[in-house]
Design a protein around this ligand. Structure first.
Ligand code: HEC
Ligand code: HEC
Length: 428
């Protein structure tokens, strides 16, 4: 029986250590998202329905042509397949998946929002995304019967705002011609809509994947298809020698924090995108933050944590570790969509040849891995095992009972887009 002992290692099913079993269990299943005390509507089913209507509604964009779903497409795990997103203009960042987004504590690659509802305030008004004016969004809701009905059943009657001037934002000149009650109403309706969008997004959970079925099978060996040996070896590398686990851990495979991997600008020089270095300042300058006047729990722990965050020079050029759930569906990769395939991402981590250190504060956690082709294939097989079933079908499109049409003849305006400025995030 000597031949048993000379089988090449690759043919033997990988065996797991106690530690590896514990690690796998800490990654699966994905629990429900944490509570969101700053949003009183977070878990309200009626709010989620209004949020769903809004998510697929181009009428809330400046030109009436872009909805959230233009860049967060249900068939692409709510990403858009582009290097960087295009709405009213061409952006500078890649659209991340929304599956599991509600688990994050900082939103956007640079963390410039500290709640899911605050996040939604940005794309609606961003000149490169939906480029809408707050006043026009409010008018659109007021004049679209189904949306108005849903809104009023949640928040009470929309106050009579009179004829608001077109293109009304707090930055516009006409803003000061409103009474403070009118200003307050416009802001309040806008914030309420964003809280409903967040309620919808909280339902977008990553579905069970082969990886989850494998972990479940530890308890009941008949539970379903186990992972391929290659994916299991990939898991062992990922959580072991390859060191990915330092930043990609937990059910989302994200530490939910920021790191500078030293990805260079296209010409090879250090990138000029400040990432977290600017994101935090943008967050603090906005009144929509978790500890601000529009929050439903400004004193909550979550709100205080955001207020107490400390930003140092090491955050310049750092981006939030993305979730790797459904990563096979969300190409291209990284904050700027620079890598077309998982293989290209792995090549970067393996050699670090293209890495550009931008300053001496940059982390040097990453070391070239020097893995061979078979090991890289194992890592990729593991990453591919994280693709899960999509959310329930009824969440994947506009609500059937709310065709997104306005009353004919109503004076709904779509403001002419201002000259696109350089991705400047909108804040108050
Ligand atoms: C023009 C394309 C575009 C549109 C339209 C758009 N987004 Fe995004 N979305 C992006 C991009 C690009 C990012 C990443 C931007 C960044 O990090 O700077 C993003 C980020 C996000 C995030 C953060 C996810 C995370 O993990 O931090 C959420 C949530 C989100 N969008 C929801 C929405 C909602 C809700 C709407 C509609 C109100 C919307 N988006 C409209 C492109 C778009
Ligand atoms: C020091 C923390 C850290 C380590 C270690 C790390 N990553 Fe990452 N990973 C990140 C960050 C941060 C990003 C986003 C970087 C950016 O866009 O600038 C990222 C991006 C990715 C992406 C792209 C996902 C997407 O949706 O764009 C993949 C895939 C990935 N990492 C896999 C791995 C693998 C595999 C390993 C181990 C070989 C690894 N990571 C090690 C922090 C880390």
């Amino acid at each position: 029986m000597l031949y048993l002992f000379i089988l090449p290692a690759v043919l033997m099913a990988p065996t797991l250590t106690e530690d590896q079993i514990r690690t796998a269990r800490s990654m699966s299943p994905v629990p429900p998202p944490p509570s969101s005390p700053t949003n009183a509507m977070a878990d309200d089913p009626a709010a989620a329905l209004l949020g769903q209507s809004l998510f697929f509604e181009p009428g809330i964009s400046g030109k009436g042509t872009t909805s959230c779903s233009s860049c967060h497409q249900p068939t692409l795990a709510f990403s858009d397949g582009r290097h960087v997103s295009t709405g009213a203009g061409v952006g500078i960042r890649n659209a991340p998946t929304l599956l599991g987004a509600a688990h994050q504590r900082w939103f956007f690659w640079d963390g410039r929002a500290d709640s899911l509802w605050m996040q939604a305030t940005h794309p609606i008004e961003d000149p490169l995304e939906m480029n809408a004016a707050r006043g026009d969004v409010v008018q659109f809701i007021a004049h679209t019967p189904q949306l108005r009905r849903r809104y009023e059943s949640l928040f009470g009657p929309i106050p009579e705002l009179g004829a608001l001037p077109a293109g009304l934002t707090p930055e516009s000149e006409q803003w000061n011609s409103l009474t403070s009650t009118q200003q307050q109403s416009v802001n309040e309706i806008f914030v309420n809509l964003c809280k409903c969008l967040a309620a919808y997004e909280r339902q977008l959970q990553p579905g069970d994947s082969d990886f989850d079925r494998w972990v479940a099978s530890f308890e009941s060996p008949d539970a379903g298809p186990a992972l391929s040996d290659s994916a299991i070896r990939g898991f062992q590398l990922f959580t072991g020698d390859a060191g990915c686990w330092q930043c990609h851990f937990g059910p989302l495979l994200s530490d939910r924090e920021f790191h500078d991997l030293g990805l260079p600008a296209p010409d090879g020089s250090p990138s000029t995108d400040p990432g977290r270095g600017e994101g935090y300042a943008t967050l603090r300058a906005s009144s929509f933050r978790a500890d601000g006047p529009w929050s439903d729990a400004p004193e909550s722990r979550a709100a205080r944590r955001a207020a107490a965050a400390r930003i140092g020079p090491e955050h310049w050029g750092a981006f939030r570790t993305p979730s790797l759930r459904n990563v096979a569906l969300t190409a291209p990769y990284m904050h700027d969509g620079r890598f077309a395939s998982i293989a290209e991402v792995l090549e970067f981590y393996n050699t670090l040849e293209t890495q550009a250190r931008r300053h001496h504060h940059a982390e040097d956690v990453l070391q070239p891995l020097n893995l061979n082709a078979a090991q890289l294939a194992d890592l990729e097989a593991f990453l591919r095992s994280l693709s899960g079933a999509p959310p329930a079908t009824h969440l994947l499109g506009p609500l059937q009972d709310t065709p997104p049409t306005a009353i004919p003849g109503d004076q709904i305006r779509h403001s002419t887009p201002p000259a696109a400025t350089k991705g400047a995030p909108i804040h108050e």
